[in-house]
Design a protein around this ligand. Structure first.
Ligand SMILES: *[C@@H]1O[C@H](CO)[C@@H](O)[C@H](O)[C@H]1NC(C)=O
Ligand SMILES: *[C@@H]1O[C@H](CO)[C@@H](O)[C@H](O)[C@H]1NC(C)=O
Ligand SMILES: *[C@@H]1O[C@H](CO)[C@@H](O)[C@H](O)[C@H]1NC(C)=O
Length: 606
């Protein structure tokens, strides 16, 4: 009974949330919550899912990339309906993304006007799907009429077949028909006696864009058909897709893209059956897990927890340019000049290994170690805006009226040190780099600490594009493009040379584990503004402190790739029930990207 009460309450709340009162979201233990559904997420919502390779993520939506951005290796040429030959499937899809019309006819190099092109048809009465596939004729040239085998036929493919035949809402059901009963009806044109398997992802606008393979003879088996969805009326609908198509609740959150725009799989508390839930709340079909392709933003579907495929990891690492520290550097502390006695720590922290935190930067002002920072690639270091004043404003429980807008320090007075471990003594890999410019967020407010973020632009080496020599102990950390990459309670790490429990500056770079804390208003009330997040331990046993300012809060995804999730901003240094506050880097993705350009902040989606 309590669950009925709860769902009624939810319905009541969602009605009252919408001023116009037109939308009511039905939810169950799988679908929801309503606040998520309200966003009308679909396959183009790249805060939650990856874009296709021919798209890039711009302000939370997938946008078409120009065809020339497609990869240029290992390609099979594609012939278009307009007799145009392009270099790859990706290029063909990039064109159709821009023109919103199917472009691809078939793979192959012969593409003249007299060459036949792909076509498909869907019988209005039986739903039988028929294809004409060029270049597959038994005699070599031409092409062949084929039916579709039932083995890979699913809702995603049926959606594409229906859309291609003009039913904009896609399929109501993926069906199969008995070949024998079809052929028992006499007809003018005999049916093809062979079929091909067709596997679609669901984003395709034509079956020609799906994978077509394994032509076989049908014999007495079943073949594929589709019942197309009728235009939605005002009917009661358990779930209405973003496209307007109507589904039952049981079709949502089952890993199958019943909507055709994926909107039934985007807001899920749990997944039905064998479907896999990404921590972003998206349900994937079981076979997307461990298939070598990353579908969850954090790579969870390909992590070692869920799959044996270690190849994925190796493949990934070769592509990722950020967030994976370089291996192989010798981290023997004795050799790096450590005295092996225990030192006081950052509140709750531990001494790092000499080259452990490879994105850690030290911001030096007038040769004083003023703040931490994080290297994000290229010539760019992220730090807190409050670090770059002549008298840097240090951490305070509440900002006071004496806080002034900092004057930018003289560029010549600022330097960045990479691979610094002991502030008092350089490692062989320690590098000191002069800076070219400082970009403090234009809306930084020292009184409220809003927008406490700044970019330090390093000076280029003479006659070079790089700003420092290749360094085995320096690796950029990835910049997150969505605030949904990590959830509350995720354990992340902070690092810095900040004040230790005894109140003195640490002799070594220290690190500590902290958890992301949800609903931080309950601790900081109105002082917590948009673009701020909290992390720490509620008992105050672990916290960032004065001197850690500007330093990185870094979270690792399921594949071991690290993201700069926060920048140490303000707090009260280990006081219970007052977790440290960080600038939320994902909130400033656009601002960072505008300064650094795409390549610096690119990982997958761009
Ligand atoms: C094609 O069919 C054969 C025989 O049924 C099967 O062994 C093979 O795995 C199929 N190919 C693909 C790509 O599924
Ligand atoms: C985080 O942990 C707290 C305490 O264990 C728990 O009450 C809360 O539900 C968790 N939040 C999430 C989103 O898992
Ligand atoms: C953080 O947690 C990890 C995993 O539990 C552990 O291996 C590591 O030692 C911890 N680091 C610190 C500084 O406590």
């Amino acid at each position: 009974m309590t669950s009925a009460g709860a769902s009624l309450l939810l319905l009541f709340l969602s009605v009252s949330v919408f001023a116009h009162g037109t939308t009511v979201y039905k939810t169950d233990e799988f679908l929801g919550p309503a606040e998520c559904l309200e966003n009308k997420f679909d396959r183009e919502s790249c805060d939650l899912v990856f874009c296709r390779p021919w798209q890039s993520c711009v302000n939370g939506r997938c946008a078409c990339r120009p065809p020339y951005k497609c990869p240029t290796e290992g390609l099979a040429q594609v012939c278009s309906h307009s007799n145009k030959l392009v270099r790859s499937y990706c290029q063909a899809m990039a064109v159709s993304c821009q023109t919103k019309k199917p472009f691809m006819s078939h793979f192959g190099e012969s593409c003249t006007a007299d060459e036949p092109k792909f076509s498909s048809s869907l019988d209005e009465f039986t739903g039988l799907v028929q294809l004409f596939v060029p270049g597959t004729g038994s005699t070599g040239g031409g092409g062949e009429d084929l039916l579709v085998c039932q083995d890979q036929w699913d809702t995603a493919a049926a959606n594409v077949a229906c859309k291609e035949s003009g039913h904009t809402l896609g399929a109501a059901a993926a069906d199969t028909l008995s070949y024998v009963s079809l052929t028992s009806v006499p007809s003018e044109r005999p049916l093809p006696d062979r079929c091909v398997s067709v596997r679609c992802q669901g984003y395709e606008s034509s079956l020609s864009e799906c994978v077509i393979y394994n032509k076989t003879s049908i014999n007495d088996g079943n073949v594929a058909a589709a019942t197309c969805a009728q235009p939605a009326t005002d009917e009661e609908c358990d779930f209405r897709c973003v496209s307007g198509k109507c589904l039952s609740l049981s079709q949502t959150c089952d890993g199958v893209d019943d909507c055709g725009d994926r909107s039934d799989e985007m807001c899920c508390k749990k997944c039905r059956g064998w479907a896999f839930r990404c921590s972003s709340g998206v349900c994937l079909p079981k076979d997307a897990v461990g298939d070598g392709q990353i579908d969850c933003l954090d790579g969870e579907d390909e992590s070692r927890k869920h799959t044996e495929i270690r190849v994925t990891r190796a493949h990934m690492e070769s592509k990722v340019k950020c967030g994976v520290p370089k291996a192989g550097s010798d981290d023997d502390e004795e050799e790096w000049g450590s005295i092996s006695r225990r030192v006081k720590r950052v509140v709750g922290g531990q001494r790092t290994k000499p080259t452990q935190i490879q994105w850690q930067a030290a911001i030096m002002i007038n040769r004083r170690l003023e703040c931490g920072g994080a290297y994000i690639g290229g010539c760019w270091v992220v730090t807190a805006a409050h670090c770059l004043g002549p008298n840097p404003l240090l951490s305070k429980p509440t900002p006071g009226p004496d806080d002034r807008i900092p004057q930018k320090p003289n560029l010549g007075d600022v330097q960045v040190k990479f691979s610094l471990w002991r502030p008092a003594r350089a490692l062989p890999t320690t590098d000191v780099i002069p800076i070219a410019d400082l970009h403090i967020h234009p809306l930084y407010n020292p009184n409220t600490r809003e927008n406490d973020i700044a970019l330090v632009q390093l000076q280029k080496l003479p006659f070079r594009e790089e700003c420092f020599e290749n360094n085995p102990a320096v690796t950029p950390v990835c910049v997150p493009w969505t605030s949904r990459l990590f959830n509350p309670n995720h354990t992340c790490t902070i690092s810095g040379w900040g004040q230790t429990a005894g109140g003195r500056r640490a002799h070594y770079l220290e690190w500590a584990n902290v958890s992301l804390i949800e609903d931080c208003q309950r601790f900081h009330n109105d002082d917590l503004k948009p673009g701020m997040i909290c992390a720490g331990a509620l008992d105050g046993s672990v916290d960032a402190c004065q001197g850690d300012n500007g330093g990185p809060l870094v979270c690792e995804d399921e594949l071991g790739v690290s993201y700069l999730w926060g920048i140490v901003s303000w707090g009260s240094c280990g006081r219970p029930q007052s977790p440290g506050v960080y600038t939320q880097v994902a909130h400033y993705f656009e601002w960072i990207r505008r300064h650094t350009g795409w390549p610096t902040v690119t990982r997958f989606n761009f």
